[in-house]
Design a protein around this ligand. Structure first.
Ligand code: FES
Length: 267
């Protein structure tokens, strides 16, 4: 691929100075193995220092470089230029988020929604048990299997940027937060139960999802948020039914003595 040129169209917009976005065209010398992030960094380093973009790990891990590439939400650092066909690429900021500048969007509401579903193990025991554990909370490989795909979420925001409900309802938690709610609900170490279901069984909660499935289609880590949301709906319905509630108990994770207990006590 070395030797050719790429026509890179970047959406530029500074809301503090301009009324609306415009496109600018940059010509990038192609290199073997070039990613869209590489092309953007060439443009920023060599052609226009003013281009604003966000990135960090360059290995599809931190979730910083989400953007729309040729109309589809993707991570710029894992998208190969060679995989996009003709040597012309258009990059735009993710939809459903306010633009800070150029390709950088404001993810504050996204992270607030994530924080809103209590993204951590909830236990009813003495809080001192979590600060100074006396044992390990074990789960079987099968129990892990039932939630492991959801733990791969890197919070890049691509799923929420593609979600038609998120684009019309600012109070909808979005596929990322709802899938994480399911992940913690199904974690056998978690005791949130009804508390978690009440959080999403609202007018703007889980029922707003129409199962468009775009969230799952664009996830760069193979997570299936649409599936998690449908399963979450099933748990909400089961919790609403008095008969199901009576017959269903929660086994919970077993507590086993921690072999490193004495080590933990050392200063
Ligand atoms: Fe970290 Fe792309 S730079 S995911």
């Amino acid at each position: 691929m070395d030797g050719g040129e790429l026509a890179l169209r970047i959406q530029r917009f500074d809301p503090s100075l301009e009324k609306g976005p415009h496109m600018e065209l940059y010509t990038i010398p192609l290199k073997e193995g070039m990613t869209v992030l590489d092309a953007l960094l060439y443009a920023k380093d060599s052609l226009d220092h003013g281009i604003a973009l966000r990135f960090s790990c360059r290995m599809a891990s931190c979730g910083s470089c989400g953007m729309k590439i040729n109309g589809r939400p993707r991570l710029a650092c894992e998208t190969q230029v060679a995989d996009l066909g003709p040597r012309a690429i258009t990059v735009q900021p993710m939809d459903n988020f306010p633009i800070v500048r150029d390709l950088v969007v404001d993810l504050e509401s996204f992270f607030e929604k994530h924080a809103g579903i209590s993204p951590g193990i909830l236990r009813k025991e003495d809080p001192r048990e979590q600060e100074s554990p006396s044992g390990e909370y074990l789960m079987t490989p099968q129990e892990l299997d039932s939630i492991v795909q959801f733990t791969y979420c890197i919070k890049c925001g691509l799923c929420s940027s593609s979600c038609p409900t998120s684009s019309t309802d600012a109070s909808f938690p979005g596929p990322q937060a709802l899938a994480q709610e399911y992940r913690f609900l199904k974690d056998v170490r978690d005791e949130g139960g009804k508390e978690r279901l009440d959080l999403v069984d609202t007018d703007h909660g889980v029922w707003r999802c129409h199962f468009a499935g775009t969230c799952s289609a664009v996830c760069p880590k193979g997570v299936d948020p649409a599936l998690g949301i449908q399963l979450l709906k099933r748990h909400v319905m089961a919790a609403r039914s008095p008969m199901r509630r009576k017959s269903k108990g929660r086994s919970g994770a077993k507590v086993f003595p921690n072999p490193n207990k004495d080590l933990l006590k050392q200063p």
